[in-house]
Write a protein that binds this ligand. Structure first.
Ligand code: DQA
Length: 137
């Protein structure tokens, strides 16, 4: 089983960025824990701050992976292109957000990904990535 986690802009700063919202753990450390927990799964991780690179990665994995866990971060709320990429592939996508986007500013309530996602998980911190992987299993 092949699952990829794709993280969008500014998520490379996890652990340092607004820790009161996003926590103090780095994603690399959390990803290592996930790899240990899901030893039998081919779990990979990609992060980019560039919209087109995220679209390219979705195309690359979108026809032979079993699942994509996608936190498109700020692009969630703005990117028709990432929304269209999710619509155009075969691999199911679970959209995830660390914070409760509906408890925050109005502009975070809109998602271009959700209409074509298998499901959406938000508000449970980094645990949401784990829950998304569980959902594919
Ligand atoms: C986020 C929520 C987005 O609104 C924000 O732009 C992010 C992170 C989250 O994981 O909570 O960068 O996707």
């Amino acid at each position: 089983m092949k699952i990829i986690i794709i993280n969008g802009p500014n998520l490379n700063l996890l652990g340092k960025r607004e820790p009161e919202i996003y926590g103090s753990a780095s994603f690399e450390d959390y990803f290592r824990d996930l790899q240990l927990k899901y030893k039998t799964i081919e779990l990979s991780y990609f992060q980019s701050n560039v919209e087109g690179e995220i679209i390219d990665k979705i195309h690359e994995v979108g026809f032979d992976y079993n699942g994509i866990v996608l936190n498109a971060a700020a692009y969630t709320h703005t990117s028709v292109g990432i929304g269209d990429a999710v619509k155009g592939i075969e691999t199911p996508v679970v959209e995830i957000h660390i914070s409760n986007i509906h408890a925050r500013e109005d502009f975070r309530h809109k998602s271009f990904i959700a209409p074509n996602a298998k499901g959406v998980i938000f508000g449970f911190g980094l645990k949401g990535y784990d829950l998304a992987i569980e959902s594919f299993i």
